[in-house]
Design a protein around this ligand. Structure first.
Ligand code: FMN
Length: 200
């Protein structure tokens, strides 16, 4: 198959792109608004962008409504966020938090998730997440206009929590971590079975 992207409908282009680039790691991002209302939502257009400085990047797409997603609005206002890593036992709770809820809804409460106080930023993390990365906003780059336009959030990591049970021999144990990845449609991947390749 060959695709001329200029002739594709936006929805088809979206499905094709997320079907090509996979599995995608998931940033489960917690933020707070200025009144202290907590927000939690997953983003799979996500990865490590730089080590010095330590930057994570994830993209928040513009939705059909004029309103910015709560995560973007909160990050722009407060400059603080926590990226929680989603282990398989948390998958269903994560899925609950992706709904389009009003800004005053606390998705932690909605999904029955306990909060953990952060060390360096105000937004709490997901207490049961095996890894939490506390971050401050470094830069937000905006691409395009209208539905599907991207807002690439570059977030500087200030503090990292790794649960004892996934810390093995001085490194994160990827099997114990049980991180899930996003595929196309409603599908997800598991981290196993993993294999090793020595670099040349
Ligand atoms: C696994 C998963 C990955 C997602 N990845 C993204 C993404 O990368 N960018 C995006 O804009 N929305 C993504 N979404 C949709 C958002 O989570 C959804 O729009 C959510 O309502 C945003 O919440 P907020 O308004 O509280 O920020 C994803 C949803 C799921 C379930």
């Amino acid at each position: 198959m060959e695709f001329n992207v200029q002739q594709l409908e936006r929805t088809n282009l979206y499905q094709l792109l997320v079907g090509c680039v996979l599995p995608r790691p998931i940033a489960w991002v917690s933020t707070q608004d200025v009144k202290g209302v907590c927000n939690l939502a997953p983003f799979s257009f996500f990865n490590v962008m730089s080590v010095t400085p330590p930057l994570l990047g994830f993209s928040i797409l513009k939705q059909a409504s004029e309103r910015d997603k709560d995560t973007l609005a909160n990050i722009r206002l407060t400059g603080e966020l926590v990226v929680n890593i989603v282990s398989q036992p948390l998958a269903e709770a994560m899925n609950i938090t992706c709904g389009s809820y009003p800004a005053d809804v606390d998705e932690f409460e909605l999904a029955g998730l306990a909060k953990s106080q952060s060390v360096t930023v105000k937004p709490p993390g997901v207490a049961d997440a095996p890894v939490r990365l506390e971050c401050t906003l470094h830069q937000c780059l905006t691409f395009g206009h209208g539905t599907g336009a991207g807002n690439l959030v570059l977030a500087e990591v200030r503090h990292i929590y790794v649960a004892d049970q996934v810390w093995k021999n001085g490194a994160i144990d990827d099997v114990g971590l049980q991180a899930i990845g996003k595929l196309g449609g409603d599908r997800y991947s598991k981290a196993e079975p993993a294999f090793s390749l020595a670099r040349p």
